[in-house]
Design a protein around this ligand. Structure first.
Ligand code: IPM
Ligand code: MG
Length: 369
């Protein structure tokens, strides 16, 4: 039986609560003989800062580099509002992305039929929605230099962030998007702001060339990023795969997430390039939701996005696509049964907590194994 080594980084806020449910799911799959899941747990974000003054320790980075996959909960919270900028909890996540070279962030937005009512949009607009946002994750304004605040002679301050992309960075994220579209509905929408940004001009040019030269069978369209945000809210089902830079992807994926009824539902995968020798890629899986400090520690958080992220790890890193299908099906079973956490419950309806939802998914999974 194949053995996998997973690094669990629960992080802050609701991170530890939702990660606990993933462990249960991994245990069940292990007992069913689908694989041996060796897990190691370490600190990241504010928790790591409290323990050793850094948002991610070097020893943790070593574990992450060696793992078959990293599962990440969430980081941040008001407790760390005043820590120095370079040590803020988010810096831990950004270092993991950068040092593992996780340039491709896959954020599926799928509307479960049972949840169509939980969306703020009308049922017909989001029922059956299934889009994939492919966000570039190691470039753009998140990492571009210079990135600084300087004090001017007149005492004013001047802050700079730099949006920068090279041909190679755009080519490789475009290929990820086109490859995904191949096994989906064969359509890619590329988004940028070429009407105001030089990096947008290059982005559009490179994506167009890769599409024409390497993926002639995939339909390619271009939407300005602001218009894409508007179209996502107006008629999201026009999209299949949306490819965008780091910052636009951050925003558009939050919009897409809300379409599905809850931010608590959406998993994500961050992938590196396949290793030339082994074909393996570095990877990190995390829910799109954050640390939700307002409900942390109360057992109220929805663990579905975290469990779904583990499902993506099974599919994209561990070669266990069938197990991933079973996990997704178990989530759908539980939602179809009517069970809801607070974030997806109808007004006034009964809601269950994190462990009840996790246990129900585990039970549904057992039935399918
Ligand atoms: C996300 C988050 C992060 C980002 C934060 C926590 C740094 O919003 O993964 O979407 O901006 O990338
Ligand atoms: Mg975000």
């Amino acid at each position: 039986m194949a053995s996998f080594n997973l690094l669990l980084l629960p992080g802050d806020g609701i991170g530890p609560e939702v990660m606990a449910e993933v462990k249960k799911v991994a245990d069940v799959l292990g007992k069913a003989g689908l694989g041996t899941f060796e897990t190691e747990t370490d600190l990241v974000g504010g928790a790591a800062y409290d323990a050793h003054g850094k948002a991610v320790a070097d020893s943790t980075m070593q574990l992450a580099l060696a793992a078959d996959a990293v599962l990440f909960g969430a980081v941040g919270g008001p407790k760390w509002a005043k820590v120095p900028y370079e040590h803020r909890p988010e810096a831990g996540l950004l270092r993991l992305r950068k040092d593992l070279a996780l340039f491709a962030n896959l954020r599926p937005a799928v509307c479960y039929p049972a949840l169509a009512e939980a969306s703020s949009l009308k049922r017909e607009v989001i029922e059956g929605l299934d889009i994939m946002i492919v966000r570039e994750l190691t470039g753009g304004v998140y990492f571009g230099e210079p990135k600084e605040v300087v004090t001017l002679e007149n005492g004013q301050k001047r802050a700079v962030d730099t949006q920068v992309y090279t041909t190679h960075e755009i080519e490789r994220i475009a290929r990820v998007a086109f490859d995904l579209a191949k096994v989906r509905r064969k359509k890619v929408t590329s988004t940028e702001k070429h009407n105001v940004m030089r990096s947008g001009v290059l982005w559009k040019e490179v994506v167009t060339r890769i599409g024409a030269e390497e993926y002639p069978d995939i339909e390619l369209e271009h939407h300005l990023a602001d218009a894409c945000g508007m179209q996502l809210v107006r008629w999201p089902k026009q999209y299949d795969v949306i490819v965008c830079d780091n910052l636009f992807g951050d925003m558009l994926s939050d919009v897409a997430a809300m379409l599905t009824g809850s931010l608590g539902m959406l998993p994500s995968a961050s992938l590196g390039a396949p290793d030339a020798a082994t074909g393996k890629r570095k990877s990190l899986y995390e829910p799109v939701h954050g640390s939700a400090p307002d409900i942390a520690g109360q057992g109220l958080a929805n663990p579905i996005a975290m469990i779904g992220s583990f499902g993506m790890a099974l599919r994209y890193s561990l070669g266990l696509g069938q197990a991933a299908d079973l996990v997704d099906a178990a989530i759908a079973d539980v939602l179809a049964s009517g069970m809801r956490t607070r974030d997806i419950a109808a007004k006034g309806a009964n809601a269950v907590g994190t462990t009840e939802m996790g246990d129900a998914i585990v039970a549904a999974l057992r039935k399918r194994l």
